[in-house]
Write a protein that binds this ligand. Structure first.
Ligand code: SIN
Length: 174
């Protein structure tokens, strides 16, 4: 394995802090993005975990994101970055003109930091209140929403949360 593809659907989209050989828009089948994973290492603390993204199995749904072709040296860095509950999964990624095999980091419902579903208002409040070593939870959400818009990716869950949080904080809507 000289190089391989990673599918990014969350912060990997807007903060790829690793070298990559190329990056393409892509999608994977039967998954949906949800702010259901707790974060006490990046966007929250042990006492006040933030909420970050994971993928939830969703029959027939396409999750759009950004795929990166990387060398295997990048794996150790990504395993460290995604260490709080995320595991690598093999996945088939649809790129604009071809389908490739790759991996994606998913935090399953069995991991200790998993928070699961909650009313959108409650998720928005938790995001507004959380901050961790990597920065504010609000930054994670708003930068992701901006990046998805830049890539012309529509995601109702993310955009509704982004609008709620911006309203609560009196931030510009876009
Ligand atoms: C990803 O972006 O693909 C994984 C979740 C995250 O780090 O936000």
């Amino acid at each position: 394995m000289q190089d391989f593809w990673i599918f990014g659907y969350g912060s990997l989209i807007w903060r790829p802090d690793f070298p990559f050989l190329e990056s393409r828009p892509g999608n994977i089948c039967h998954w949906s993005r949800r702010f259901w994973q707790g974060s006490h290492d990046h966007r929250g603390t042990k006492n006040r975990p933030g909420r970050v993204l994971t993928l939830i199995a969703s029959e027939g749904k396409l999750c759009y994101g950004r795929a990166f072709r990387v060398t295997k040296e990048v794996l150790a860095h990504l395993d460290q970055r995604e260490k709080n509950g995320y595991k690598r999964h093999d996945v088939s990624i649809q790129l604009p003109s071809t389908r490739v095999a790759g991996i994606v980091y998913i935090a399953s419902q069995q991991n200790a930091a998993f928070l699961g579903d909650a009313p959108l208002e409650a998720i928005a409040d938790q995001i507004c209140q959380s901050e961790g070593p990597s920065g504010s939870n609000v930054e994670y959400l708003t930068k992701l929403a901006d990046a998805l818009k830049g890539l012309r990716i529509n995601d109702d869950h993310v955009f509704r949360l982004d609008a709620l949080v911006r309203k609560k904080l009196g931030l510009d809507t876009n």
